[in-house]
Each structure stands twice: as C-alpha cells, then as structure tokens.
Design a protein around this ligand. Structure first.
Ligand SMILES: [Mg+2]
Length: 199
C-alpha cells in the first residue's frame, strides 16, 4: 500500500492541527487535507525539528510531522532533543518506502536501520510499527488523545496516485500563507512588527 492511503485514513481526524510535510507527501497531504496550516519543508531532514519547534512554541496545538525515511535518517541527531523536550502535542508519522523518492529512487539505509528502535533509543516515550491503515488510524487517534509524544511508522510502497492535483502554491507562498495563518489563529504578530490583533 502506498503512503496516500494512510494519509487519507487520518485526514478527517486532524482538526486544526499544524502539519509539516516533506518530499512527495506534500501533494498527497494537500489533496486529502487542504489547509493554510500545512507547511512543506525544503530541506531534507528538517520535518521533525521544524514540527517539534512548532509544538514547543504552541503547546495547546496539535502538530503533525509527516516524515520520510530519507529525511528521518538525515536528522537522527534531532531525535534525542525532541525526546528530551517530549512535546506531548507532537505526532511524528514516518512513511518508510526505503528510497529517496523525490530525488529519483536511490535506496536509503532504512532496510537495515529500524526507525522505531532508533526513536525508542533516543528516548521517545512511544514508537511503533503498524502495517494496515486501520492500525495506523488507531495509533494516530491514541497519540492524539493520550497527549504523548509518539512515532508511528509504516512501511509503504513507493509512488503516489497519478491524478493528484499539483500544489497550488510555491514554497515562498506556502511560507507566508502558513505564517499568516498562525498569526490569525494564534492572534500573534510574527512577520509584521506592527501586527495588532485588536486593531
Ligand atoms: Mg523515502
């Protein structure tokens, strides 16, 4: 099964959560849950750290990291910091297709490196593999309701549906749209020094 089926399984359960995506998952996530609260990262590996930063800054808000195996392995050094801070509002999803899909399909090391063991070794209070969309959704709901930092990992087949709509905004637009969304919903000035929610 491909990543899209898993994303679709939880899309309606994500409320106003902030979601940080990487690689090809972005088009899929926007297709199943279009929102100004979606952010696509450009730099390989930083999904988990950016999502963790948002979770630290906005502890009343759920944050979802939509990670891939290449990105996850690129940022192993971030795992102990995330585990140390242990943001209960962060749900870390890992879709492991064992390749760097967005850059041509070169194999990653995830066929020998066990992501769940790595997360547990780093100190994550909960990390697990699932193998069906039903298990995936059940773990997601459990993580959401229990307020416990969790990694939910699943092996997926590479590829995505051919009829996905293209992203309607580029990375710069996405950055501003996302930040303005945070300003509106959190009633805080971020990008505009003169922003005042009461005016
Ligand atoms: Mg991959």
């Amino acid at each position: 099964m491909q990543r899209y089926a898993y994303l679709k399984a939880i899309a309606d359960d994500t409320g106003n959560a902030l979601a940080v995506c990487t690689g090809w998952s972005a088009r899929e996530w926007w297709a199943v849950r279009p929102s100004d609260g979606n952010l696509k990262t450009r730099t390989l590996g930083l999904v988990s750290s950016i999502a963790a930063g948002l979770a630290f800054a906005l502890p009343h808000r759920k944050v979802i990291a939509i990670d891939g195996d290449g990105a996850f392995l690129m940022n192993l050094c971030g795992l102990p910091t995330i585990a140390l801070q242990r943001p209960p509002n962060l749900i870390h999803l890992l879709f492991d297709n064992e390749v760097y899909e967005a850059s041509g399909g070169t194999a990653t090391a995830s066929h020998i490196a066990d992501a769940v063991s790595l997360a547990k070794g780093a100190g994550y209070p909960h990390a697990c593999w699932v193998s069906t969309a039903e298990e995936f959704r059940a773990e997601f709901l459990q993580a959401w309701q229990s307020d416990r930092l969790s990694l939910i990992a699943v092996k997926v087949e590479p590829g995505q549906p051919k009829d996905l709509p293209p992203l309607a905004l580029d990375e710069l637009e996405n950055k501003y749209t996302f930040m303005r969304y945070l300003e509106r919903t959190e009633k805080k000035g971020i990008l505009s020094p003169g922003f005042d929610s009461k005016s």
